[in-house]
Unconditional design. Structure first.
Length: 379
């Protein structure tokens, strides 16, 4: 399955699928078959050109972690199973979780119009926030144009010359929405599906309007602190990734050939609540397991989150509210999200009962197959 769930948009090759290096720790077989196939898929990603991979799986037998390749092309240092990395659009599941908690508290309705909370924000070239609901933001049926698909934005922030001039720019959420408003909507609200990072920038702004606090504060107090996700953060404008961490690499081009550049440091405000977060594999496993086991949302809200809409051209997957459901070739359903941002491709999934989870990261954005790793782990 190939669903573009990255921040990169039209200018990059990375089109991550819906969800994962020598083995560092093994804790028994997963799915009755061990992790040999998973390990082989991780190694295959490195052979395909990914600099390095880190992955952690958790099941009824315990935790198993592995790495392959390198975390630093200049020194040859290996990746760590504890590496923190930019998770890109996996941020969206955290944002949706907070909004669903607010709904459970009666502080908003998913059927509220965007203009109820942010009057006049979504307006221009046919966009109309008076016709778009919060639910449509979360399941990508709003029709709002994806700001990362804007050609000027791509040249400025994702291609080599622009990136090195602008990697430390600060962009506000309103700046990002304004880019989208220069374009016509993709379709009328509720009539189709298209992945748009703008939806989640707006969603983060709704959280701030409802609570009076930044969306990052609400994620921290509602999700990170209760689950003790100590490696997970919302960096805002901080340009570095906390240690332990590896370097991140990109071609900064529309092809997978040419030089490789170190893109580790950047201002993640260009992603905002659509994809700025940092985490590690153990934390992501814990988060998705807790979410699917009902520890973060009441049953009604979890059911809403898992109510999916069809993704055009992808028969084995559906998109809920910041949560993707995919059916693997062996018939197993996994729930989670993918995320891509400069030099980082991540996936995190868990089974419907939250008892078998996998999270992984590639520290390069032009090669490798995260879906193959997921297939091997669960099938």
């Amino acid at each position: 399955m190939r669903v573009r769930t990255t921040l990169v948009g039209a200018t990059a090759l990375l089109a991550t699928a819906a969800l994962a290096a020598p083995a560092v720790a093994a804790a028994g077989p997963a799915g009755g078959h061990g992790h040999t196939g998973t390990r082989e898929a991780v190694e295959a990603a490195v052979e395909a050109g990914v600099p390095g991979v880190t992955a952690t799986a958790v099941d009824g037998h315990g935790r198993w972690s592995t790495t392959a390749g390198t975390g630093d092309l200049s020194t040859g240092a290996p990746r760590s199973t504890a590496d923190r990395y930019r998770v890109g659009s996996i941020t969206k599941t955290f944002v949706a979780t907070v909004l669903l908690q607010l709904e459970a508290e009666g502080r908003l309705s998913l059927d509220d119009k965007v203009d109820t909370w942010l009057p006049g924000l979504v307006r221009g070239h046919g966009h109309d926030g008076r016709r778009i609901t919060v639910r449509q933001l979360l399941n990508h049926t709003s029709g709002i144009y994806n700001y990362t698909a804007d050609d000027d934005f791509g040249r400025t922030y994702f291609l080599k010359d622009g990136f090195f001039r602008h990697r430390y720019d600060t962009l506000t959420p309103r700046d990002l929405v304004a880019i989208a408003m220069r374009h016509a909507p993709d379709f009328a609200p509720g009539t189709s599906w298209n992945y748009s990072n703008t939806n989640y920038v707006v969603a983060g702004m709704v959280i701030e309007k409802v609570t009076g606090r930044p969306y990052a504060t609400e994620i921290r107090r509602r999700v990170l602190d209760p689950l003790r996700l100590r490696a997970t953060s919302v960096p805002g404008t901080r340009v570095t990734v906390p240690r332990p961490s590896s370097r991140a690499y990109s071609k900064l081009a529309e092809t997978a050939t040419g030089p490789t550049y170190d893109v580790t440091t950047l201002n993640p405000s260009l992603a905002s609540s659509a994809g700025e977060m940092i985490s590690n594999s153990a934390d992501l496993d814990r988060f998705y397991s807790a979410l699917l086991r009902g520890k973060l949302l009441p049953p009604r809200q979890l059911k809403e989150m898992k109510t999916t809409v069809k993704i055009e051209g992808v028969p084995n997957a559906g998109y809920g509210l910041g949560l993707m459901d995919r059916t693997l070739t062996c018939g197993v359903h996994v729930w989670g999200h993918d995320g891509g941002i400069h030099g980082s491709a991540s996936s995190a999934v868990t089974t419907a009962d939250g008892r078998h989870s996998l999270a992984l990261n590639f520290n390069g954005d032009w090669a490798g197959d995260t879906e193959a790793v997921i297939e091997k782990e669960f099938c």
